[in-house]
Design a protein around this ligand. Structure first.
Ligand SMILES: [Zn+2]
Length: 452
C-alpha cells in the first residue's frame, strides 16, 4: 500500500468514527454528543499539527472549535469554516443502514453528516494534516473555525465573529459546506440568497364565535390571512409588495451566459427533484435565475381555526401565518421588513389587526469572481478534477458568509464537494468518497497556490 493509499484509508476510518457521534444540535438530549464531537474535532486539529487550539463557548451555546497555525509570516491567512453538528435523522425507518453507523455501498458512504458537514470538515482537516506531513509546515497561515449550531440556527458564531474580529483576522474564508453542480464538475458557489423570515399574527373578535349566530357580521381571521397573502404575491409568481424589487441587482451577462451552459434539464429537475406536474415562478426568468438570482415570497404554515376531523362551526378570533422572502443583492433585510409591514397594513381587511413579527434575517451575499482567491480556487479545482470549474449560486442562505464579510471584511470562497443527490437533511444521506479524496487534494493544491 502506498503512502497516499494508507493516508486515505486512515482518513476514511477516522471520518467514520466522527460520524458515529450523533451530534444533533436541534435536540437538547444530545448535548453530551455535541461535546464529544467538539472534542473529536479539536483532537483532529491537534493531530493535524495545528498548535493553538481551543473551544469557545458563548452563552449556553455549543462550543466553537478554533485552531490556528501562523508559522508562515508574509503569506496569506485563510480561515477554514465548517460545522460538526448534524440534522436529526428521522424518519428512521426510511434509512437503509443506521444513520449513525456509517456504511460504505459502492463509492458512497452513507450516514447522517457524511456530506453535511462532517465529511467536508474532514476535507479541510486532512488537507492541512497531509501538507504538514509532507512539508513539516503549511504554505499559508490557517485558522479553523468549526461550529456546532449550524443546523439549529444558533447564534454563538455570529456573536463571536462580531465581538472578536481581531482573533479571526484573515485574508479570505474557505467554506466547505456546499455542493457541486453535477458529479465530476468542479464548482464554486459565488452567491447566496438572503432571508427575511417572520410571522403575521392576525386578531379579530374578542373570542372565537359561532358561525351560525355571528357569520355575516363578524370578521374572520383566516379569510383575512388569505386576503393578505394574495395581496402580497400574484398567482403568476410575482411578489406584489410595493418597491420589493427596487434594489434587485441582476447578475452580470457573463454569469447568465455561464448558467445557460450548465448541464441543466428542466424536465428532469421537475420530475426528480420537485416532483410536481408543473413548475411555477416568475414569468420571464429561467429556472436557475428564479432559484438563484430572484427574490421570493413563500408561505410556510398557517395556524388557527378548527383543524380536527369532523366539523366545528367556528369563526376563529386569532390566527397566524409564517412567511419568508429569499433576498438577492442588493436588497436590504431591514428595508424589506419595513416594506412587508406597510404592505400588510395596506392589505389588512377591516375588523382585524395584523402584525408582522420578524424571526430572522440575513442579507444576500455574492463573491467577486475576479478576486484572486477565486481564480486560484478555480486553478486548483481545474487541476485536480481535470475539468474547467463552473460557477453556480445557491438559493439558500449561509448567514455566516455575510457576517464574515461584515465583521472581518473578507470574501468567502464556497468550495464544496457534496452532490445534488446527497440527501442532505433527509434519510440515506451520503457522501461520494472520490469527492472526499479529490476534495483533500483540491484544498492542498489551493493552499499551495495561495502560498506561492
Ligand atoms: Zn451544512
Amino acid at each position: 500500500m502506498s503512502q497516499d493509499e494508507r493516508f486515505q484509508t486512515e482518513a476514511l476510518e477516522q471520518l467514520k468514527e466522527f460520524l458515529r457521534i450523533p451530534s444533533i444540535s436541534a435536540l437538547p438530549e444530545h448535548k453530551p454528543d455535541i461535546q464529544r464531537a467538539a472534542d473529536f474535532t479539536e483532537a483532529a486539529l491537534k493531530r493535524a499539527g495545528i498548535t493553538e487550539t481551543c473551544q469557545i463557548t458563548r452563552g449556553g451555546g455549543n462550543p466553537l472549535v478554533y485552531g490556528a497555525w501562523t508559522g508562515a509570516p508574509g503569506k496569506p491567512t485563510m480561515l477554514l469554516y465548517g460545522h460538526y453538528d448534524v440534522q436529526p435523522p428521522d424518519p428512521l425507518d426510511e434509512w437503509k443502514s443506521p444513520p449513525f453507523e456509517p456504511e460504505q455501498r459502492g463509492d458512497d458512504l452513507f450516514g447522517r453528516g457524511t456530506s453535511d458537514d462532517k465529511g467536508q470538515v474532514w476535507i479541510l482537516v486532512k488537507a492541512v494534516e497531509r501538507l504538514m506531513q509532507l512539508n513539516g509546515s503549511l504554505p499559508v497561515n490557517v485558522k479553523f473555525l468549526i461550529e456546532g449550531e449550524e443546523e439549529s440556527g444558533g447564534e454563538s458564531i455570529e456573536t463571536y465573529v462580531a465581538e472578536r474580529p481581531a482573533e479571526l483576522a484573515c485574508d479570505a474564508v474557505v467554506i466547505c459546506d456546499t455542493e457541486m453542480f453535477a458529479a465530476g464538475l468542479p464548482t464554486l458557489t459565488t452567491g447566496l440568497r438572503g432571508l427575511v423570515y417572520g410571522e403575521i399574527a392576525v386578531e379579530g373578535a374578542r373570542q372565537d364565535l359561532h358561525s351560525g349566530s355571528y357569520g355575516g357580521a363578524a370578521p374572520n381571521v383566516l379569510m383575512a390571512i388569505a386576503e393578505i397573502l394574495t395581496a402580497l404575491k400574484h398567482r403568476d409568481g410575482r411578489v406584489l409588495i410595493p418597491r420589493f424589487y427596487e434594489r434587485v441587482k441582476a447578475p452580470a451577462e457573463a454569469e447568465l451566459e455561464a448558467w445557460r451552459s450548465l448541464p441543466f434539464d428542466e424536465n428532469e429537475y421537475r420530475e426528480k427533484e420537485v416532483g410536481s406536474p408543473k413548475l411555477t415562478g416568475e414569468p420571464g426568468y429561467s429556472v436557475l435565475e428564479r432559484v438563484w438570482a430572484r427574490p421570493t415570497f413563500e408561505v410556510h404554515g398557517i395556524r388557527g381555526g378548527f383543524v380536527g376531523d369532523g366539523a366545528k362551526t367556528v369563526i376563529p378570533a386569532r390566527a397566524s401565518v409564517k412567511i419568508s422572502t429569499r433576498l438577492v443583492p442588493d436588497q436590504r433585510p431591514d428595508e424589506i421588513v419595513a416594506l412587508i409591514k406597510e404592505a400588510i397594513a395596506a392589505a389588512c381587511p377591516k375588523g382585524v389587526k395584523a402584525e408582522f413579527k420578524l424571526l430572522s434575517s440575513a442579507p444576500a451575499s455574492v463573491v467577486d469572481v475576479s478576486s484572486p482567491f477565486i481564480s486560484k480556487a478555480c486553478e486548483a479545482l481545474d487541476a485536480v478534477f481535470g475539468r474547467k470549474t463552473v460557477f453556480m449560486r445557491c438559493g439558500g442562505s449561509i448567514p455566516i458568509a455575510g457576517s464574515f464579510r461584515e465583521h472581518l471584511g473578507v470574501p468567502s470562497v464556497l468550495m464544496g464537494f457534496g452532490l445534488p443527490d446527497d440527501n442532505l437533511h433527509s434519510p440515506n444521506e451520503k457522501f461520494h468518497l472520490p469527492n472526499l479524496y479529490r476534495g483533500i487534494e483540491s484544498v492542498m493544491k489551493y493552499l499551495e497556490l495561495l502560498g506561492r
